[in-house]
Design a protein around this ligand. Structure first.
Ligand code: KE4
Length: 429
């Protein structure tokens, strides 16, 4: 596979940009190769600057559930562009997307748009602290909620991938107000919440973890979490930046039938443009400035192009049967993957919820950060490089999710299965 142009660009990028990338996990450090520079994308494919074509299972880390450059999204952005790119003032498009989000998510009565998932989650915990007057935040080992100081404690995604315990620059004063406990550990959860209730503002959770690889909630875990937080007056925040509009049109909260107090969104609701959002009960959201005293702001919040892209995306997603078809396609693909691993005796635990999945290179079940860490990241790295050479673009980390989109054809999935089989054969020999 030709990579000369990407290599030259990577060298030049590092002269101007730390690590040559604008987000660490893109540097591919964990999978033992340099990143490819992508020139364009269409449908289920991405194309790099050397002209290589790849079937894309990264999907920009989740947003591209319709595939790249879906006609309805391109048309909406193009139409909005004709009227300008940014006004710094309210625009009709914000109401259109807000109405779709509020109608889709059972627990969201009011929503505020921001420009990233990190802005959404950092705003949500500030709001929870303002609403409760309490300081502490409870999160779960291996979950990632963006790079705000409070979250860089035993975090997932790039923090796990790069094997860093947290991050320099995060003051001890901040870290001491973040408590991180094992995902799916109902005993630790009950103990932590009951003992610390008087100073715990919120619990923030990925209702399906995607940032230690995909780890579903244990049966009853979310129900117990909801019961305890309600009983103790602790704000429950669902970080649905990945799962929102991924698992169902109502996100994980509809998928599992649990109503959080606040929900954070991102990725899909921007249709590929920068959008984050947080929302929830009006009683809590009323505290957000300018209605209330909890301050939060953003120059490009509610950007008209991003609102148009998000609205066009959600309008396609709400079409009857969309998720049934997508999730069935993903389930069939995952079943074939698992069958190949068994046939070639490659130790893989495949965790899937809907159209998000991770094949962990371990024979042990993966139900939390500790068991996810049992996966053989080096073996994943060689699998990644082999698949890339065969035209299959996977997440450059064992601890991320792979996504199937509307645009993935049976031919794409069959090709990915054939390349997987070829990779497994090589691993066996
Ligand atoms: P952003 O600030 O990256 O838009 O969103 C942060 C975030 C918050 N919550 C969840 C559950 C998330 O998964 C994320 C970001 N996801 C990672 C990949 N798993 C972004 C990829 C990257 O960091 O480059």
């Amino acid at each position: 596979m030709k990579t000369e142009a990407s290599s030259a660009l990577f060298l030049k990028a590092k002269q101007y940009i730390p690590g040559g990338v604008n987000s660490p996990v893109r540097a591919c450090k964990a999978v033992g190769c340099d990143p490819l520079f992508i020139r364009r994308a269409l449908g289920s494919k991405v194309y790099d600057v050397d002209g290589n074509e790849f079937v894309d299972f990264v999907c920009s880390w989740g947003p591209m559930i319709l595939g790249h450059n879906h006609p309805a999204v391109v048309e909406a952005i193009t139409k909005a562009l004709a009227d300008g790119t940014s006004f710094g003032a309210p625009c009709p498009g914000e109401i259109e997307l807000a109405e779709l989000v509020v109608d889709a998510l059972p627990s969201v009565e009011r929503v505020r748009f921001v420009s990233s998932g990190t802005e959404a989650t950092m705003s949500a915990i500030r709001l929870a602290r303002g609403y409760t007057g309490r300081k502490k935040v409870v999160k779960f080992d291996g979950c990632y909620h963006g790079h705000a100081d409070s979250f860089l404690v035993k975090a997932g995604s790039g923090v796990i991938t790069l094997g860093i315990p947290g991050s320099p620059g995060v003051p001890e004063d901040i870290v001491k107000n973040t408590i991180s406990i094992p995902y799916n550990d109902a005993t630790a959860l009950e103990k932590t919440l009951r003992e610390g209730a008087d100073d715990i503002a919120c619990v923030i959770i990925e209702p399906v973890a995607g940032n230690m690889g995909v780890v579903p909630p244990a049966v009853g875990f979310l129900v117990r979490l909801r019961e305890l937080t309600a009983a103790l007056g602790i704000v429950l925040i669902f970080d649905e930046v990945i799962t929102g509009f991924r698992l169902s049109f109502g996100g994980a909260q509809s998928f599992y039938g649990i109503n959080p107090d606040l929900t954070c969104l991102g990725k899909i609701i921007g249709g590929g443009l920068p959008v984050g959002a947080y929302g929830g009960r009006q009683e809590i959201m009323a505290l957000i400035s300018p209605e209330g005293p909890v301050y939060q702001a953003g120059t490009l919040s509610g950007n008209p192009l991003a609102m148009a892209a998000g609205t066009a995306t959600l309008r396609v997603l709400r079409e009857p049967g969309f998720y049934d078809r997508l999730n069935q396609k993903a389930a069939a693909y995952a079943d074939e993957l698992a069958a190949l691993a068994a046939r070639y005796a490659v130790p893989i635990t495949l965790n899937r919820v809907g159209s998000m999945m991770t094949g962990f290179f371990t024979s042990e079940p993966v139900s939390d950060y500790e068991t996810a860490m049992l996966a053989d990241a080096a073996k994943y790295g060689s699998f990644y490089r082999e698949m890339l050479a065969q035209g299959i673009y996977l997440a450059p980390s064992q601890f991320e999710a792979a996504f199937v989109s509307l645009a993935h054809s049976q031919q794409d999935l069959q090709r990915a299965l054939e390349m997987t089989e070829s990779s497994f054969k090589k691993m066996r020999n």
